[in-house]
Design a protein around this ligand. Structure first.
Ligand code: HEC
Ligand code: HEC
Ligand code: HEC
Length: 214
């Protein structure tokens, strides 16, 4: 190899590595963006009730301000530590699947009005619960280490959960109904107004109705 072509090869490698880093960084950002709350809720109205109900759930606003976003609960392996390459590939595949199911339902018109959405929700809930059961509620467990739960005032709570460590079939949501979404007010709003909800409109609606019944 001549001196010149050696330098040529060197720079090619440097530039190649640089482009590689840029691409990887770009991909990581895209993947993060595609898993953000904004991405999951910003595309179509059929996510409005879900989002409003999420904000009334127990994982949006918390005592400590540490909270869970859509992907934390809904994307396979999102809260797994450590995240191995195999698990990451499964995560990506799951992301594509989750995204396309919600987009497809909207396009085919099955959930394009608030009423239709309300009828369809049981089915959607069941799909989500099946996913969680199949993965042994590993997303919940990824954040809630059942071996480390300790509440001074209620020591039995930690003990009880500790006994669930070896029982991946335990349905956390059976006892913790509203962790993800609390639909109480959202449903009342949709039934009365037949409109896609917003957090403000639902709050306004609840205020109006509670003062009316006083
Ligand atoms: C703390 C965990 C958690 C978080 C965070 C969460 N969800 Fe859920 N989600 C659930 C659970 C559990 C269910 C199934 C049972 C239910 O409806 O509560 C569910 C159900 C759903 C459903 C099916 C319809 C339904 O409500 O049953 C959709 C769609 C959904 N979630 C989307 C989202 C989106 C979008 C976000 C973010 C704005 C989000 N979820 C945040 C746990 C969560
Ligand atoms: C991203 C991490 C994360 C994930 C995923 C997650 N949680 Fe939580 N969870 C939290 C945090 C943070 C709190 C609030 C702690 C505080 O009060 O500051 C919390 C609070 C709770 C509480 C107590 C408040 C309440 O709802 O009564 C329960 C129960 C609970 N989570 C169950 C679940 C279940 C079941 C799942 C799976 C569907 C889940 N969590 C998924 C982080 C998470
Ligand atoms: C048989 C019912 C039951 C099941 C199943 C269950 N829990 Fe609980 N959980 C409880 C009770 C009861 C409490 C205490 C509630 C209280 O203090 O008001 C609790 C409290 C919690 C808390 C809050 C702890 C605290 O002290 O604030 C978290 C987090 C939690 N559970 C997570 C989970 C996760 C994750 C699963 C699934 C692996 C699960 N739970 C399964 C009944 C259950």
């Amino acid at each position: 190899m001549s001196r010149n072509s050696k330098w040529g090869l060197f720079w090619l490698l440097v530039i190649g590595a640089f482009i590689g880093i840029l691409l990887t960084a770009g991909m990581v950002r895209t993947v993060q963006w595609a898993g953000s709350n904004d991405f999951c809720t910003g595309w179509c109205h059929s996510m409005d009730p879900v989002t409003v109900a999420y904000k009334s759930g127990t994982h949006y606003k918390t005592a400590s301000g540490v909270h869970a976003g859509c992907s934390d609960c809904h994307l396979l392996n999102e809260t797994q530590h450590p995240l191995t390459p195999t698990k990451y590939v499964a995560l990506l595949a799951n992301k594509v699947k989750a995204g396309s199911i919600s987009g497809w339902g909207h396009i085919t018109g099955s959930i394009n009005t608030p009423e239709k959405w309300l009828e369809k929700r049981d089915e959607l809930s069941k799909n989500v619960l099946t996913f969680m059961k199949d993965s042994g509620f590993s997303n919940c467990r990824g954040c809630h280490d059942l071996s480390l739960m300790y509440n001074e005032k209620k020591p039995f709570v930690g003990k009880m959960h500790e006994s669930l460590i070896d029982k991946p079939e335990t349905n956390c949501v059976m006892c913790h109904r509203n962790v993800g979404h609390n639909y109480k007010d959202v449903d009342a709003y949709i039934k009365a107004e037949n409109k896609w909800p917003t957090t403000e409109a639902v709050a306004e609606f609840v205020k109006k109705n509670t003062s009316a019944t006083k």
